[in-house]
Design a protein around this ligand. Structure first.
Ligand code: KIV
Ligand code: ZN
Length: 514
């Protein structure tokens, strides 16, 4: 008999804490709907007290998502819990997640509280949260570096106060798999009322073992794993959920549990998160990297042709991969475009969205003979920079010749008004960014610039990611085009638009909890 492993996704909360990964409300909603389609059990939608924008995003997700529980984070104080409870009010299934740090260094230096004060605050927070919903989760932050006896005391008290899930975070990614598994096993044995709560884990990847730690915890009896799509998150990121999901599904003999996830939605979820954040997925990334199922060596190819199982432990189709054949071209119609994207797991939310994406498909088809699934997904998710908001590129002339400084001449449009500027630079991209700054009056710091090709071939689209910083705000934008200077301009404009709308938000783990 297999146990259920609860999948708790925190892409929209801890994932959004990745430097440069801030998302706007529409992007958060898109990801939430994809997570619902993926059938994750819980979606941690945000930290409502942190900003009016985050409150509104959590509320909108609570109003819309029906199949997954919607969760909001709150530190252990009345104000946070009230904001979380109110944002969650419309949810069909809601969970309130409250936390307070328990490691000696966090209690002494950050909270300036004694262990007894922390324990009292935790109990009060769980009781306050229970006024808003039955499903309350409690986390002792930095549990991985906390005193085990104190952890047992605070977990027992939190469960007694009404917590249904107790989550053990390795907040700074310090633990090793055997050690972390041992901790979970002992906590389950030593906390007297442990059978009244689900034990959950939340691992960070500072030493590259977040997934291994989570799986060791599952072997030790944890029945909820928290993580993010593509493993994005604070610093080195969180547990990559797609890896945990496929590990337990591929090795039921070892883990004796399974999730309720529709694994075919993993790849669309990965692509959407990558496209929204602008964080590319490394090619050799397990499950969702482009090379995850590519057999390069002759011996391997020969084996796979004879029997896939010689070198494949799971099927590419089961996680959403389709054979990369050319499906659509210049003459394809709107219906074929929409149908193919639906087959790839992407559905448009409105006619307007479909119309915009189809127009961009036609533009691409004019420039590129072979349109691959990757191109379609990029267009549909707006990852080509076509939905950047703010200024849009309407015309350009780029000039580069030996012995001359490259020059870019750009026309940008906003609200029906067109402005032009010319600029020289150290390369065409630098010149184009200079021209944008002249038109928009912006002067942000460029902190990341990366290019990758969406598909193979010399006519492939280049996908550019740009991260900009202005005072305390950071934003990432991305754009794709067969011309990488044009892709760079789109990415820069998209990042600028996000920078303009990025709100200052409070960080859950950087301020005093009570
Ligand atoms: O890493 C962490 O400790 C957290 C908590 C809020 C669960 O993200
Ligand atoms: Zn975390």
């Amino acid at each position: 008999m297999q146990d259920k492993l609860i999948i708790f996704d925190t892409t929209l909360r801890d994932g959004e804490q990745s430097a440069g990964a801030s998302m706007n409300a529409a992007e958060k909603m898109k990801i939430a709907l994809q997570l619902e389609k993926l059938r994750v059990d819980v979606i941690e939608a945000g930290f409502p007290v942190s900003s009016p924008g985050d409150f509104a995003a959590v509320k909108a997700i609570a109003e819309t998502v029906r199949e997954s529980a919607v969760c909001a984070l709150a530190r252990a104080n009345e104000k946070d819990i009230t904001a979380a409870g109110e944002a969650l009010a419309p949810a069909r299934q809601k969970r309130l997640h409250t936390f307070i740090a328990t490691s000696p260094i966090h209690m002494r230096k950050k909270l300036k509280m004694s262990p007894d004060e922390v324990l009292q605050a935790a109990v009060a927070a769980v009781k306050a949260a229970r006024k808003y919903c039955d499903d309350v989760e409690f986390s002792p932050e930095d549990a991985g570096r906390s005193d085990e006896d104190f952890l047992c005391r605070i977990l027992e008290a939190a469960i007694k106060a009404g917590a249904k899930t107790v989550n053990i975070p390795d907040t700074v990614g310090y633990n090793m798999p055997e050690q972390f598994g041992g901790l979970i096993r002992r906590l389950r044995e030593r906390v007297p009322n442990s059978e009244r709560a689900v034990f959950s884990v939340h691992c960070h990847n500072d030493l590259g073992v977040a997934v291994a730690n989570s799986l060791a915890a599952v072997s030790a009896g944890a029945r909820q794993v928290e993580g993010t799509i593509n493993g994005i998150g604070e610093r080195a990121g969180n547990t990559a959920l797609e890896e945990v999901i496929m590990a337990v599904r591929t090795r039921p003999d070892f883990f004796c549990c399974d999730t309720g996830v529709d694994s075919k939605q993993l790849l669309p979820a990965s692509r959407l998160v990558s496209s929204v954040t602008g964080f590319p997925v490394q090619p050799n990334k397990a499950v969702v990297g482009v090379n995850a199922f590519a057999h390069e060596s002759g011996i391997h190819q020969d084996g796979v042709l004879k029997d896939k199982e010689t070198y494949e432990i799971m099927s590419a189709e089961d996680v959403g991969w389709q054979s990369n054949t050319i499906r659509l071209g210049k003459l394809s119609g709107r219906n074929a475009f929409k149908t193919r994207l639906a087959e790839l797991g992407f559905e448009f939310e409105s006619e307007e969205e479909l119309r915009g994406a189809f127009a961009r498909f036609k533009q691409l088809a004019d420039k590129k003979r072979d349109i691959y699934d990757e191109d379609l997904l990029m267009i549909a998710a707006g990852g080509d920079g076509g939905e950047s908001g703010g200024w849009q590129l309407s015309g350009w002339h780029f000039a580069s010749a030996s012995g001359e400084k490259p020059r870019a001449n750009l026309s940008l449009q906003k609200n029906g008004e067109t402005q032009k500027a010319e600029c020289a630079g150290d390369g065409l991209v630098d010149a184009a960014f200079g021209a944008i700054n002249k038109i928009t009056g912006a002067a942000p710091e460029l902190i990341l610039y990366s290019v990758r090709s969406v598909t193979g071939g010399s006519d492939a689209q280049g996908e550019v990611s740009v991260r900009l910083r202005e005072e305390a705000k950071e934003a990432t934008g991305h754009g794709a085009d067969t011309d990488i200077v044009v892709a760079s301009v789109k990415a820069y404009l998209s990042a600028l638009a996000r920078l303009g709308s990025a709100a200052e938000r409070m960080h859950p783990q950087k301020s005093r909890a009570v």
